[in-house]
Design a protein around this ligand. Structure first.
Ligand code: ADP
Length: 424
């Protein structure tokens, strides 16, 4: 019997959801969803985009209402109306939730129980916008779908294998005991990319040293040895590490104490400046979107703006190179560098600029494979997963489509199968 796995992926201002129908074995390639829906909240409005695998699609703009009401409305379209994909809520076998923060206790995908919920609640101070939205999603699913099994998959989980030397901040040791430690994020996709890389290279994951570069609105690197994360650039929060769309990444903490002391910044102001007014947007003054930064760095804007866009791009690339160098040093070598997420998958310029400096390791791009424009690519992004390194390169460079939701669905499928084998 196929298993219908519903995945809920809650963001601070969006809610994505998709349904996978998985048979008796996991397919080699990520399958298309049989239904997917998204809500994006902005300016007191909720924008719904829903489609199913029979070609029906619907877009709708409604007043925001509560988050709970909006998710209920989204889920109803799964079994009713034009985008219907199943005959009723009871067709859903399991629901997987992406949970941003598992804290110091939860790493492995876990069935949602009162204990798991209270652990997620207890670390919600570390990721208030996310963990609370995810808990609300669990409540709504329980209300609409009754006792369907729910599974929490933690975005911090994959990095739980980092050694203490990578997990611990060199502050007072009490920090570690209080949970102030390096957790890392984007773990679901870093793990997916590692497994997919081994598949594309036809190698055993246990034999590989990989650096995965997740470059979306948020950006992070992971150093992966034998399929386990041994280091990553994000830390206690998703603010550490690389320069991002609107986030600064790592800055001297002395800047913060200076701003507090001399400029009377409050905690909230610091939070806002570092999370929303920095990164590509902060430096360029133009946009957080890499497409606009690349365009503005070439032409079409006043020289001063062009220079700022170029500087933003230069910092982004500089920090990426130095971060990747650090990850390679931690691994003591590298077999493949993986680019994933919006910028990683779609920007040949960024990939080329980053890779240029690693020629000394024998890393060399095939210029043509790197620059094939997205429009020339196959219709499904999944088919774009490819090796873009030159045939004589010593290090592979892979482009892998981010598949967070599919990874969650796979983990749910595995856990449910394990449970039913154990109980039979
Ligand atoms: P998220 O991190 O929110 O999941 P994505 O992984 O979709 O986001 O990445 C979004 C970012 O990808 C955009 O902000 C944009 O900067 C970048 N991006 C998308 N397409 C391109 C492109 N063709 N060239 C460069 N950057 C791109």
């Amino acid at each position: 019997m196929p298993m219908n796995v519903l995945v809920l992926n809650s963001g601070s201002s969006s809610q994505k959801s998709c349904l996978y129908e998985i048979g008796d074995a996991l397919p080699d390639d990520p399958p298309a969803c049989s239904w997917e829906g998204k809500i994006e909240w902005a300016d007191d409005k909720a924008q719904y985009s829903i489609r199913n695998s029979h070609g029906a699609s619907k877009k709708d703009l409604a007043s925001a209402g509560s988050r709970g009401e909006a998710i209920e409305r989204l889920l109803h379209s799964l079994w009713s109306g034009e985008t219907q994909a199943i005959s009723g809520p009871s067709d859903i076998d399991v629901v997987g939730h992406r949970v941003v923060h598992g804290g110091p206790q939860y790493f492995e995908p876990s069935f949602v129980t009162a204990k798991v919920k209270s652990a997620i609640e207890s670390v919600s101070v570390f990721a208030p916008l996310h963990n609370r939205a995810e808990l609300e999603g669990m409540e709504i699913v329980a209300k609409l779908l009754g006792s369907v099994p729910q599974i929490a998959v933690f975005d911090t989980g994959f990095h739980g294998t980092m050694p203490l030397s990578a997990k611990t901040y060199p502050g007072p040791y009490e920090w570690f005991e209080q949970g102030i430690r390096r957790y890392g994020f984007h773990g679901i996709n870093h793990q997916y990319c590692a497994q997919r890389a081994a598949q594309l290279l036809a190698k055993n994951l246990n034999s590989l040293k990989l650096v995965t570069c997740h470059l979306g609105n948020g950006c992070s690197l992971a150093a992966i040895r034998e399929g386990r994360s041994v280091d990553t650039t994000m830390g206690f929060t998703p603010l550490e590490g690389l320069m991002m769309g609107t986030r600064s990444g790592s800055v001297d903490p002395g800047i913060l104490t200076y701003l507090m002391r001399e400029k009377h910044f409050s905690g909230q102001q610091l939070d806002e400046v570092l999370n929303q007014k920095s990164g590509l947007l902060g430096v360029s003054g133009i946009s957080s979107d890499m497409r606009q930064i690349l365009a503005a760095s070439k032409n079409g804007v006043a020289p001063a703006k062009m220079a700022r866009a170029q500087l933003a791009l230069d910092i982004y690339v500089h920090r990426l190179r130095s971060g990747i160098g650090a990850m390679i040093a931690v691994l003591g070598g590298v077999d493949a560098l993986v680019f994933t997420a919006g910028v990683g998958e779609n920007s040949p310029e960024v990939r080329a600029a980053v890779c240029d400096n690693f020629a000394f390791l024998g890393l060399k791009l095939d210029q043509e494979k790197n620059t094939v424009s997205p429009l020339e690519k196959a219709t499904s992004p999944l088919k774009n997963d490819k090796d873009i390194s030159a045939s004589d390169a010593a290090v592979h460079v892979l482009v892998i489509h981010a598949e967070e939701d599919w990874m969650i669905a796979r983990q749910c499928w595995n856990l449910v199968r394990q449970q039913s084998t154990a109980s039979s």
